[in-house]
Design a protein around this ligand. Structure first.
Ligand code: MG
Ligand code: ZN
Length: 222
């Protein structure tokens, strides 16, 4: 019985995710589901990304957290439209939460919507939010075995962002091992190396996303 119930929940989520995606398509918005463990640097990367989109694309952000508005406040300071979803303990976002958040976001004129998921490498993998791209962040302080240990989320991501590369010289994180594991799981996945603190590598991600966004405007992206 429980297995059937779980399947039903996922089926309902899939349907809602499809509706979200149709809504984003109609509005010409490229939507990104950003996942990664707590502390991998999702919000810090987002701050650095927003700075590099200035004058090139209009972003909006949905922040997912168990509690608090700490991250949303950081984004609000940048003048970016933001909505906080408090999951009240739930460890991932689902499509219905995103639909509700979109209802209270001004999406007119927005080109790029970034959804920062709850910090979690496990069940965030199972829930389509209606995004076009899923990007997973892994910081050099987390250990280079994480791609192999949490394969599902990496397999289902369009890009891996290895963050905090400015800390590489302070540890023994093997970037080649991580890249090899990612390539095995997601042969078409892009791999970026960056430090949001020093700014290294952030522009490359911004350019990649802007390329995807422009293709949407041209009606070419699926
Ligand atoms: Mg955050
Ligand atoms: Zn969860």
């Amino acid at each position: 019985m429980k297995i059937i119930a779980a399947k039903k929940i996922l089926k309902a989520n899939e349907e809602l995710a499809g509706k979200n995606r149709a809504r984003f398509n109609q509005a010409g918005i490229l939507t990104i589901n950003m996942v990664g463990s707590p502390g991998c640097g999702k919000t810090t990367f987002l701050e650095a990304l927003v700075a590099r989109l200035a004058g090139r694309a209009a972003p909006a952000v949905i922040e997912g957290d168990l509690a608090s508005t700490i991250d949303a406040q950081r984004i609000e300071k940048l003048g970016v439209p933001v909505v906080q979803i408090n999951t009240e303990g739930a460890c991932h976002l689902d499509a219905s939460m995103v639909a509700a958040a979109c209802d209270s976001l001004e999406l007119d004129g927005v080109d790029l919507l970034v959804i920062e998921n709850v910090g979690n490498l496990v069940c965030t993998a199972g829930f389509d939010l209606g995004e076009h791209l899923r990007i997973v962040l892994l910081s050099t302080s987390e250990g280079d075995d994480k791609v192999a240990k949490y394969p599902t989320i990496f397999q289902k991501s369009d890009a891996l962002l290895v963050t905090k590369i400015d800390l590489l010289s302070h540890g023994d994180f093997d970037v080649d091992r991580v890249a090899a594991d990612m390539k095995r799981l997601a042969p078409n996945g892009r791999i970026f190396h960056l430090s949001a603190r020093t700014g290294e590598g952030v522009q490359q991600v911004a350019d990649w996303l802007l390329g995807k966004s422009r293709r949407r405007e041209g009606g070419l992206a699926g």
